[in-house]
Design a protein around this ligand. Structure first.
Ligand code: SAH
Length: 260
């Protein structure tokens, strides 16, 4: 036999009353909505429950299911609104298990690859990180929640500018974007505790190795068409090198090549 309550608990009534009052003042954002300058930062922005649910499903089915365990990385993936880093037409696919085109022949990496590389960097809150290949700015946004400072370089100027504006508007204040050639790195801000390369060079760029500080970790996809994801670690005994995962990234282009 089922027990029935004569009235719902008072707290529940309050909850629904408050909920009923909210919509006129806080319209739920839609996936794919174009960005407005006055939008609040993503950390407080209202989101539709469907969007949040899609992102949680991404974390569960694509990331945790494949063995990513670093809770700080998982939390960052739960927070960053990936659908705002892809062109509006791609937004409905933003939480799918794939890389997506972001224009100018470039791509935003598959969520699992972002999670895997971020975990492999073994980031600590006080770290300063260099990213090569800003692209959409999504990876930079993830990093910004995990470390003190993020320096991100992009060789395709319009992409870099757009990402810089987006990151600023969305409140990721500890990210700096520079338009320039990642093969040179960012010597003025070196040494870095971690370096993540999100385009594939044929070999590990020597300037980046130089800019890796003591105890520093670098994650980089090395190779021409298919690549191995390599992790380098600067220990007291020298550079340690591990091969982590087969991956496929867009090539890291030499300076000037993008204008051909
Ligand atoms: N991290 C990005 C995805 C990167 S795609 C994101 O989260 O969206 C790879 C990016 O590397 C592209 O935007 C490409 O233009 C850039 N890139 C390629 N060669 C480069 C170079 N030599 N220096 C800096 N950026 C480069």
């Amino acid at each position: 036999m089922m027990l029935h309550r004569s009235a719902p608990p008072r707290s529940l009534v309050w909850f629904f009353m408050i909920f009923a009052l909210l919509p006129p003042t806080l319209p739920p954002p839609q996936i794919g909505r174009s960005e407005g300058r006055d939008e609040p930062s993503p950390r407080d922005a209202a989101e539709s429950p469907e969007t949040r649910e899609a992102r949680e499903r991404m974390v569960q089915d694509q990331i945790i299911a494949r063995g990513i365990r670093d809770t700080r990385v998982l939390d960052a993936l739960r927070k960053v609104p990936r659908h705002r880093f892809v062109p509006p037409a791609m937004a409905p696919s933003a939480y799918e298990d794939s890389a997506l085109p972001i224009g100018l022949g470039q791509t935003i990496s598959q969520p699992y690859v972002v999670a895997f590389m971020t975990e492999a960097l073994e980031l600590k809150p006080q770290d300063r990180v260099l990213e090569i290949g800003t692209g959409s700015g999504y990876q930079a946004a993830i990093l910004s929640l995990l470390v003190r400072e993020v320096y991100s370089m992009e060789i395709v100027a319009p992409l870099g500018k757009e990402a810089e504006t987006r990151l600023k508007e969305m409140g990721y204040a500890n990210v700096q974007v520079r338009i320039g050639d990642g093969y040179r790195g960012w010597p003025e801000a070196a040494p870095f505790d971690a370096i993540i390369v999100t385009a594939a060079p044929p070999d590990v760029p020597p300037a980046l190795v130089e800019q890796l500080g003591p105890g520093g970790r670098m994650v980089v996809p090395v190779g021409l068409y298919l690549q191995d994801l390599i992790r380098l670690r600067r220990t007291s005994k020298g550079l340690e090198r591990e091969t982590l995962l087969p991956v496929r990234f867009v090539p890291m282009v030499p300076a000037g090549a993008e204008q051909r």
